[in-house]
Design a protein around this ligand. Structure first.
Ligand code: PEP
Ligand code: MG
Length: 903
């Protein structure tokens, strides 16, 4: 920070700021200012800026002129209130609250009732007419101040309070009368003396200054630091401090406190939503001391306050042009607004509200697109449980990976695989999972664990697979040895019993809960027309918003698909072509034998025979995919993974060979196979013989694939279709690799087209997925007509993270420690991997201005990453079929400058 001049304004009255000054005044301060300027009843006060906090954190002391400015504002506040801070006869009391620009709920500190001391407590008693209230307020101050400002362990106060209650034979705070509370204050003061060696400060201004510094300090509390790391909130932003005159909801039956929403945050419907607690302060609501009543009850309790609240809610809605949430207090019949902000809402409500606001003329359709997010859309696409059926609720665990799964409980990975193979639906139940459970997780409809949090192995892996998962259901006693679990109440679930788990709520049931497909997915599938009677307002909202996103977006959206079914579905979901057709999936199943033959072939004839057997199968795959994507580009990637992936496992095979030998009849075929497996075995297969390297060392392999593509295209053309194949070479690191394959491919294409008498323009391009390719993109582009960034491998190779291992092995620890807030395999690491993408884009376009640029790694369907790809100027993103609508929406939002983090 530069030198501090006497002109720096560190303190703003609530009447001086506005809602757009969040960076300076924090979210709470900016909105208090906005409400003050709207003429709403906000208790007067002032905000100390985040600049002052940053100064304090940097220099270890407040700016020299801060105290003077605080004095000026305090004097004005005292004048406005007609009271003096801590006045013995009639004290002004203030709250000192944190409020950063980004919401950090519960992470920083607050001190209430500042200004009370041994004398002013008497004044408060006289003014309020309640001794009990005054002493209770005083003990709350010492407790909060002692913990927050003086750093005394909160337990010391809790113990003392419990002791006082025990002496009175009660465990309720409310049973303590004024005398008892006066006694508690005495005990609390003794605790302060004992722990700090000094008395609780009696000077009200000293209390206030110390509380302000404590709020500044709380910016750097360990939990706040961790929260910021996870949420990617800059660590140097600092918090503002709001000093606000206290109003009391606990002065009797004509007082109270509540929260309200201007619309239902669950459904989006307009109406009166919220809770009210009579004769209470905000912290009592949080502590759940008594049950709240629905806000509509306030109409009966205090008609005047209720009507005014409704008027204010309507003012706020039309002013903020959005759903607002509100905290308020009624002090002896007078309504006070303590806070407002644009409120959180469910995914369905976000879509509904956005279109409602368009219809009400409060926002335009561009703004409606900005108001929803791809994550919210994704949530609307999961199947849901519907009420009904006779399932019994067993427990609630953590909602680790959304979706609804029903199946027979199984307790081992092997059983999951066996039962699934015979067509049964299963839910894998484990105490916790480890990498050995992977096969079972794949086979199961969903995964349930009794231990571990949202970053446990089960949670991380299930989310990665898009599989429903409930984890940490601690009430369940899972007994894998006896293959059963016990739920609270003694219900025992044996292997084979049907259970239902809801990954969106964490609920677990015994029995089958009916599952309903998402109406939004049925709309994307074309089963529900947007104007049909079946389309509810949610479907209509999604339709309107996505239609507009499509109109405004610059990025094209393609899909990653390698079957005709996936291609067709992605097309229905709005994909305009295939950005990645992985051909290795076509070499599995029955065809694995043919690949094995290719690898084992010792003569050219054997090799050719194996290739000849594969070629027609490959061709048929492409014919069907070109048909599904007729008229749209289909990027076919030539074989990528190491060959040993098509061979049996080394250990399994060694055992089989050894057993056969021991039994005296060695198996020749298996012996040869074992030799090949050994020959091809690699310590680091991901960095070994794969991608373009395979094409270069296994002659004929890529040529066979290119021929199959070309012949399939010719067949489609002859049938009157419009095939648009593009050939993509994986794992290129040097232009020479690409040149060699390109030359071979061009020859094959020319030969086939001549044979068929067809002329087709087939682009040949490469993936950019090795850092060297990004760094030498300019050279590579001379030989490539398109680039597709393979950000899965690019992430793996940039970080040196084995993509098959690290997420399950230690990412939960990295996430827990806040090293990163989200896996770089999930959301693009902009400064690292993103930098390489930028370098690749610049190099590529320098050599070839019309170079077509796309991305086909998993990040192509990740909302935040889509914004990045828009910003760096790619032409398209490609993602799995289910992410296509998400990518369409986020591409639209990126074009409109919408932030990634929605409401
Ligand atoms: C990539 O690496 O980003 C990619 C799309 O290829 P694969 O995931 O098949 O390695
Ligand atoms: Mg790759």
């Amino acid at each position: 920070m530069g030198s501090v001049t006497s002109t720096t304004t560190w303190v703003y009255d609530f009447s001086e700021g506005n809602k757009d000054q969040k960076d300076l005044l924090g979210g709470k301060g900016a909105n208090l200012a906005e409400m003050t300027n709207l003429g709403l009843p906000v208790p007067p006060g002032f905000t100390i800026t985040t600049d002052a906090c940053r100064h304090y954190l940097e220099h270890g002391s407040t700016p020299p002129d801060l105290a003077g400015q605080v004095t000026e504002h305090l004097t004005a506040l005292e004048k406005a209130m007609g009271k003096t801070l801590g006045d013995p006869a009639d004290p002004l009391l203030v709250s000192v609250r944190s409020g950063a620009a980004a919401s950090m709920p519960g992470m920083m500190e607050t001190v209430l009732n500042v200004g009370l001391n041994d004398e002013s407590v008497q004044g408060l008693a006289a003014q309020s007419g309640s001794e009990r209230f005054a002493w209770d307020s005083y003990r709350r101050l010492i407790q909060m101040f002692g913990r927050t400002v003086l750093g005394i362990d909160g337990e010391a106060f809790e113990h003392a309070l419990d002791e006082a209650k025990r002496e009175q034979g009660t465990d309720l705070d409310l049973d303590l009368d004024a005398e008892h509370l006066r006694d508690v204050v005495g005990r609390f003061k003794a605790i302060v003396r004992e722990h700090t060696g000094r008395d609780f400060p009696q000077d009200p201004r000293e209390q206030m200054d110390l509380a302000i510094n404590a709020v500044f300090d709380s910016w750097n509390s360990p939990r706040a630091i961790l929260y910021r790391r996870r949420e990617r909130i800059p660590g140097d932003a600092g918090t503002a401090v709001n000093v606000c005159s206290m109003v009391f909801g606990n002065l009797g039956a004509d007082s109270g406190t509540g929260v309200a929403f201007t619309r239902d945050p669950g459904s989006g419907e307009q109406g009166v939503y919220g809770d009210y607690l009579q004769n209470a302060q905000g912290e009592d609501v949080v502590a759940g001391i008594r049950n709240t009543v629905p806000l509509t009850e306030l109409e009966r309790i205090d008609r005047g306050a209720y009507d005014e609240l409704l008027r204010i809610m309507s003012t706020l809605e039309s002013h903020y042009r959005d759903l607002c949430d509100i905290e308020f207090t009624v002090e002896r019949g007078k309504l006070w607004m303590l806070q407002t902000r644009v409120g959180k809402r469910t995914a369905a409500a976000a879509f509904r509200i956005a279109t409602q606001l368009v219809d009400e003329g409060l926002i335009d359709t561009d703004e409606a697109v900005r108001r929803v997010t791809g994550d919210q859309l994704a949530q609307l696409m999961f199947p849901r449980f519907v009420s009904g059926g006779d399932a019994t609720r067993l427990t609630q665990g953590m909602n680790a990976s959304p979706g609804a799964a029903v199946g027979k409980a199984v307790f081992s990975s092997e059983t999951a695989v066996q039962w699934a193979d015979r067509g049964e639906k299963v839910v894998l139940v484990r105490r916790e999972t480890n990498p050995d459970d992977l096969a079972g997780m794949i086979a199961a409809e969903g995964v349930l664990t009794s231990r571990g949090g949202k970053t446990s192995h089960a949670a991380v892996v299930a989310r990665g697979m898009g599989k429903t998962c409930v984890c940490g259901a601690e009430e369940l006693q899972v007994d894998t040895t006896n293959r059963r679990f016990t739920a609270p109440g003694g219900v025992t679930v044996e292997e084979g019993d049907v259970i239902s788990i809801d990954g969106s709520t964490g609920l677990v049931w015994l029995g089958e809960v009916p599952v309903e497909d998402s109406a939004v997915v049925r709309y994307f599938e074309g089963e529900i027309g947007p104007d049909s009677p079946e389309a509810d307002d949610l479907v209509r909202s999604v339709h309107r918003i996505l239609t507009h996103a499509d109109e405004v977006r610059r990025l094209d959206v393609r899909t990653n698909a390698d079957t005709p079914e996936d291609s067709a579905r992605a097309r229905r979901f709005g994909a305009r072509g295939i950005g990645l057709c992985r051909t290795e999936h076509m070499f599995l199943g029955d065809r694995r034998q043919l690949v094995e033959k290719l690898i084992l072939a010792e003569t050219d004839e054997d090799k050719q025979a194996a290739l000849d057997a594969l070629a027609p199968l490959q061709k048929q795959d492409f014919v069907e995919i070109f048909e599904a994507m007729d008229g749209l580009p289909v990027t076919v990637r030539l074989l990528d993974p190491p060959l040993h992936e098509f061979l049996p496992d080394l250990t399994d095979l060694s055992v089989r060979v050894a057993v056969a030998e021991a039994q005296g009849h060695p198996d020749e075929a298996n012996l040869r196979l074992l030799a090949a497996v050994r020959r091809l075995h690699e310590q680091n297969p991901m960095l070994g013989l794969r991608g373009v390297r395979l094409g270069l060392v296994v002659p004929g392999l890529f040529a066979m694939q290119v021929r199959a593509i070309a012949e399939a295209a010719c067949e489609r053309r002859s049938a009157g279709g419009d095939p648009r194949p593009e050939i993509m070479i994986p794992l290129v690191g040097a232009v020479q690799e690409l040149e060699a394959i390109r030359e071979e491919s061009e020859q094959v294409l020319a030969a086939v087209f001549e044979e068929c008498g067809v002329e087709l323009d087939v682009l040949i391009g490469t993936m950019i997925e090795v850092p060297r390719a990004a760094l030498t993109a300019e050279e590579i582009a001379r030989s490539a007509e398109f680039f597709s960034f393979g950000t899965n491998d690019l992430t793996q190779m940039t970080w040196g993270f084995s993509r098959d291992d690290v997420e399950a092995a230690f990412f939960h620890a990295y996430l827990d420690k806040g090293i990163f807030g989200v896996s770089p395999f999930e959301s693009l690491d902009r400064p690292g991997v993103g930098r390489l993408v930028e370098v690749g884009v610049q190099g590529g376009r320098a050599a070839r201005p019309d170079l077509k640029l796309g991305v086909c790694g998993e990040h192509g369907g990740d909302p935040d990453s889509v914004h990045f790809f828009h910003e760096v100027g790619l032409d398209y993103v490609s993602c799995s079929p289910f992410r296509v609508p998400v990518a369409r929406l986020e591409a639209g939002r990126a074009a409109l400058g919408g932030e990634r983090a929605g409401s």
